[in-house]
Design a protein around this ligand. Structure first.
Ligand code: NAD
Length: 498
């Protein structure tokens, strides 16, 4: 049995708590490893290490810092196949999708290569008589990231690449369900030349998370996961004066206008609704056709596509999607399907009976499709996080616009139309953080920023892009005047630029 410890001070260390969690291989349903769950004392040891290493790293010039990231990119490319396989075997997603998970993280590392430029401050010569003023961005010190199971490569990289490029030391607390890839990424950073102590991985559960939140030396926490935990982390981190950006769950709608290209829309919906078994925070989980004719045309094309989805083990490169992450996740999703039936939604495709031949203990289920879902149903209001798409029929455009705008979550939304005016109006008025126009999963590129609204995001800065530089640095502003020989005497009112 593989044992996964922690990565502290530049090497893997065994846990001391005696508590472990099972790491499953979802495609077979077997336990493939045990991961140590850290105590407060172990978290503190990682912080001490990071705190000791950070000043020298922060004082290293930014070009030298990013050379480590350049080398890291080479190493990730070298090990891409092995990383993808490890990821697919722990998470359950397919190999091509695992490669996408790695690549979307790599893109943020590439963005962070621009840190020497991005961290530049401002300068004003002659802001007042003989007065020059300038600002500089300095690292915060030790910062932490707490990440979810569903993107075990991408989200850790979204967090540690900009933070470390800015000169901080980083403590990563990845999901205990798939910690293998985050551990490998830390090893590769060390191989790339990162000094020991700058990137530490502390595996654990609530105990490790609470220790992060209460630690007086951790200056900022970036979280991604479900909304109740996001809110908890935001509040508890603030209580100890930390910066916090906490991203939560989602219920992403796709609006289908009567003029949409229906074949293109159906392709987009099956990919975005069922890819990665629906375990994506940007998955489309609600389809909103506008008008009865649109709805009927949509269902006619969608039903056979959902019935014919190819489910397979993660290592089958031809599978559309693989198993869910754990048995618990599978049962949770099945339970939501039961709830939907009881609430009166029409189950147009029932994938619950799916069995994978040769992998009978894996955590598989087929795609499910609900029609006639209404706003008051739990399957509409709550995040299911599985291969289940709900169709809510809207009478007109205004009703379709109101649905995602009034929903508690506000991560992503998409509209399918050929009408530029409708698309433009929708993008301007919808109360959601990321909008796709004929694009089902509008995850912005690395040099923009990623962040949902309402219960999908707590905090005021987004992830990656220019916001990440703001989040992981503090601004110092210097107002200077060199004695000119002219004596003006003491001034008792607030200085203003005369
Ligand atoms: P989760 O909330 O269960 O876990 C996230 C992290 O929090 C993990 O590291 C976990 O160990 C820790 N955690 C869990 N319970 C805790 C507790 N009681 N106290 C303290 N820490 C705790 O989320 P998950 O199941 O790993 O991930 C799926 C969720 O993440 C979905 O809701 C999905 O929408 C969301 N997500 C959001 C984004 C985004 O950017 N908005 C991206 C990816 C995933």
């Amino acid at each position: 049995m593989r044992l996964i410890g922690h990565f502290i001070g530049g090497r893997e260390v065994k846990g001391t708590s005696g508590r472990t969690a099972d790491v499953f291989e979802p495609m077979t349903g077997t336990v493939q490893a045990k991961v140590d769950l850290a105590t407060r004392a172990e978290l503190r040891a990682a912080v001490e290490n990071a705190k000791a290493a950070q000043p020298e790293w922060g004082a290293t010039n930014p070009q030298r810092r990013v050379r480590v990231l350049m080398k890291f990119l080479e190493l990730v490319a070298r090990d891409n196949d092995a990383l993808a396989e490890l990821l697919a075997r722990e998470h359950g997603k397919t190999l091509p999708d695992a490669k996408g998970d790695i690549l979307r993280g790599v893109e943020v590392v590439e963005f962070a290569l621009g840190i020497p430029q991005l961290m530049k401050g401002e300068y004003t010569e002659g802001a007042g008589p003989g007065i020059d003023i300038y600002s500089m961005r300095q690292p915060l010190g030790v910062v932490a990231g707490i990440t979810p199971f569903n993107f075990p490569a991408m989200i850790p990289m979204w967090k540690f690449a900009p933070a470390i490029a800015c000169g901080n030391a980083f403590i990563l607390k990845p999901s205990e369900r798939d910690p293998g890839v985050p551990m490998r990424l830390a090893e590769l950073m060390l191989e790339a030349g990162l000094p020991p102590g700058i990137l530490n991985v502390v595996n654990g559960d609530k105990e490790a998370v609470d220790a992060i939140l209460d630690d007086p030396d951790i200056r900022a926490v970036g979280f991604v996961g479900s909304s109740p935990i996001a809110q908890y982390i935001y509040e508890r981190a603030a209580a100890t004066g930390k910066r916090a950006q906490c991203f939560g769950g989602a219920k992403n709608h796709a609006i289908i206008m009567p003029d949409a290209d229906m074949d293109q829309t159906v392709d987009a919906l099956v990919g975005a609704g069922y890819g990665a078994a629906g375990e994506r925070c940007m998955a489309v989980s609600v389809a909103v056709p506008v008008g009865k004719t649109t709805a009927d045309r949509l269902m006619e094309k969608l039903i056979p596509r959902v019935e014919n989805l190819k489910i397979g083990p993660s290592i089958d490169p031809t599978a559309d999607f693989g198993p869910l992450v754990t048995k618990e996740a599978l049962n949770r999703v099945r339970n939501y399907v039961e709830i939907g039936i009881k609430e009166g939604a029409k189950l147009a495709v029932d994938g619950r009976g799916f069995k994978m031949q040769g992998y009978e203990n894996g955590f598989y289920m087929g795609g499910c499709l609900f029609d006639n879902v209404t706003k008051d149903m739990r399957i509409y209001k709550e995040e299911i996080f599985g291969p289940v798409l709900s169709v809510v029929r809207a009478h007109d455009y205004d009703e379709a616009l109101r649905l995602p705008s009034e929903h508690d979550y506000g991560n992503g939304v998409a509209i399918f139309t050929r009408d530029g005016d409708a698309a433009r109006d929708f993008a301007a008025r919808v109360n959601v953080g990321m909008v796709g126009i004929n694009v089902p999963i509008p995850v912005p590129v690395a040099y923009y920023t990623f962040g949902g609204w309402k219960r999908s995001g707590f905090g005021d800065l987004n992830q990656y892009g220019p916001d990440s530089v703001r989040f992981y640095t503090k601004t110092k502003t210097v107002t200077s005047r060199w004695p000119s020989g002219v004596k003006e005497g003491a001034e008792f009112s607030i200085p203003t630029m005369k």
